[in-house]
Design a protein around this ligand. Structure first.
Ligand SMILES: *[C@@H]1O[C@H](CO)[C@@H](O)[C@H](O)[C@H]1NC(C)=O
Ligand SMILES: *[C@@H]1O[C@H](CO)[C@@H](O)[C@H](O)[C@H]1NC(C)=O
Length: 447
């Protein structure tokens, strides 16, 4: 039996794995050829009798290039060993594909002690597993995972990569999950919320890049209450508690995190476009207060125009593991600790076809030789038009569902050699976290 290299890599990092080699019960992902993986269906599914299913578990497979196709794929709630324990089984008739099961992920409680604070290192499974094979044997399996410490787990392999050479999973509009305002605590809507996991949950799942849209509302008494995370003009959550979640994660891990203040939709500029210096300064003070000890200043760690930035090892040795990039050059010029504008490859289209074509070209042409930032982010989600929103055509969940599987497939193929950050909506609908980890290891092995 050939164990997939990835599972071995993940386990070699644990003390047990290093001394006795992985035993069957520690392996989270296995295959002879091809892969299966578990995702979460972002739109709700209408069932019979008016019942709707939220967060349906999806099973995905890709056996391109393999000698033979497995006969079937099943959903399991433990490591798949026998078809008798499958919760449901579906036949496989194409090289790649997916099925939406009729089981909900449920709470998605984070395993191995990570729900509330630091848990045990290494990847860990949530309950759903996918297994594929013929009628006698399940040859290929995988689970829906958290990857809370992937950089540390794989440090001996990837620490010589520069940050611009990593593949990193990111979230678009990372703070737009579950309203937390005076009037709303809604967690599902059509056109504002882009995520359904907390910032802590995103970090534990393995996301390392956050696209933040920050707004300022003067009508709050306390200065720190005035800073919010928005989706465009809509207020979603206060900023400071989210910074505290990032702080807590950095305190209990050795991971490196990229935070990007990418848009200031309300309160940061005069009507003529001039920055309101005091509002920017207030934000920088809050970020320094909350994250200060972890901040890696650009003036200390930057490596200059057209380069790929510091290695992970440099940041880890210095124990400075939070890089804060800022979208306004005039503010960056005056605050040399800020990282320069992080280019977003943004198609601004509501068409999945146009989005993927645009990203194919834009990723191939990145990084620009004169880029000031070592990083760039492919924004792998469609953008609804004003008319889509007015006429309630679709929703961000449906839009994410239309592209997330293609994004997984593209990252595994065309984008594989060049992509840096890939930012998505409802990231549990794609496999960007695990793929990025594999791709980073692959790139490091060629150094
Ligand atoms: C779920 O799907 C399985 C397999 O297709 C089927 O056997 C089962 O009856 C379904 N359950 C519900 C509640 O629809
Ligand atoms: C997305 O992937 C599916 C399945 O491979 C394919 O049929 C479809 O054309 C792709 N969509 C786009 C926009 O490329």
């Amino acid at each position: 039996m050939v164990v997939s290299w990835y599972a071995v890599v993940a386990l070699a990092a644990t003390a047990l794995g290093a001394t006795i080699g992985p035993s069957e019960h520690q392996i989270l992902e296995k295959s002879h050829c091809g892969r299966v993986w578990v995702t979460v269906h972002s739109p709700e599914v209408r069932m019979n009798a008016g019942v709707t299913l939220l967060d349906a578990v999806e099973l995905n497979w890709d056996f391109n290039g393999c000698f033979s196709l497995p006969k079937q794929i099943g959903l399991f709630d433990e490591r798949p060993q026998s078809w008798l324990s499958a919760l449901s089984v579906y036949s496989v008739s194409s090289m790649e594909g997916h099925v939406v099961t009729n089981m909900s992920l449920g709470h998605g409680t984070l395993p191995a002690g990570w729900d509330a604070g630091a848990g045990s290192k290494g990847p860990h499974c949530l309950w759903p597993w996918a297994g594929a094979g013929d009628l006698h044997e399940i040859q290929t399996y995988n689970c829906l995972k958290i990857q809370p410490t992937w950089m540390e787990d794989l440090g001996s392999k990837i620490n010589n990569l520069r940050i611009g050479e990593l593949a990193i999973a990111g979230t678009h509009n990372a703070g737009a999950w579950k309203f937390n305002t005076e009037i709303s605590s809604v967690s599902r809507d059509s056109f504002v919320l882009c995520q359904d996991r907390s910032i802590w949950g995103q970090l534990v799942h393995g996301i390392r890049y956050f696209d933040f849209r920050i707004a300022y509302y003067e009508f709050y008494q306390n200065e720190e209450d005035r800073y919010w995370l928005n989706h465009n003009l809509i207020r979603v959550r206060p900023l400071v508690p989210l910074l505290k979640e990032i702080r807590k994660f950095l305190d209990v891990t050795k991971e490196v995190v990229f935070l990007d203040a990418h848009h200031f939709p309300v309160g940061f500029y005069q009507p003529d476009g001039a920055p309101i210096w005091s509002v920017h300064a207030g934000l920088l003070e809050i970020v320094q207060r909350e994250l200060g000890p972890h901040l890696a200043p650009a003036n200390e760690f930057g490596t200059g125009v057209g380069t790929r930035g510091p290695t992970l090892q440099t940041l880890i040795n210095a124990n400075k593991r939070l890089l804060f990039s800022y979208v306004d050059n005039s503010i960056v010029l005056q605050n040399s600790w800020l990282w320069p504008i992080l280019p977003h490859l943004w198609a601004n289209t509501n068409s999945p076809t146009v989005l993927l074509q645009y990203l194919d070209g834009a990723i191939a042409a990145s990084p620009q030789p004169t880029a000031r930032s070592p990083l760039f982010s492919a924004m792998a989600q469609t953008t609804p038009t004003v008319l889509d929103i007015l006429f309630l055509r679709g929703s961000l969940r449906e839009n994410a569902d239309e592209v997330n599987r293609n994004v997984t497939a593209r990252l595994a193929s065309r984008w594989r050699t060049r992509a840096n950050i890939v930012s998505t909506d409802f990231f549990l609908g794609n496999d960007v976290v695990d793929l990025s980890i594999m791709i980073s290891v692959e790139r490091a092995s060629r150094l």
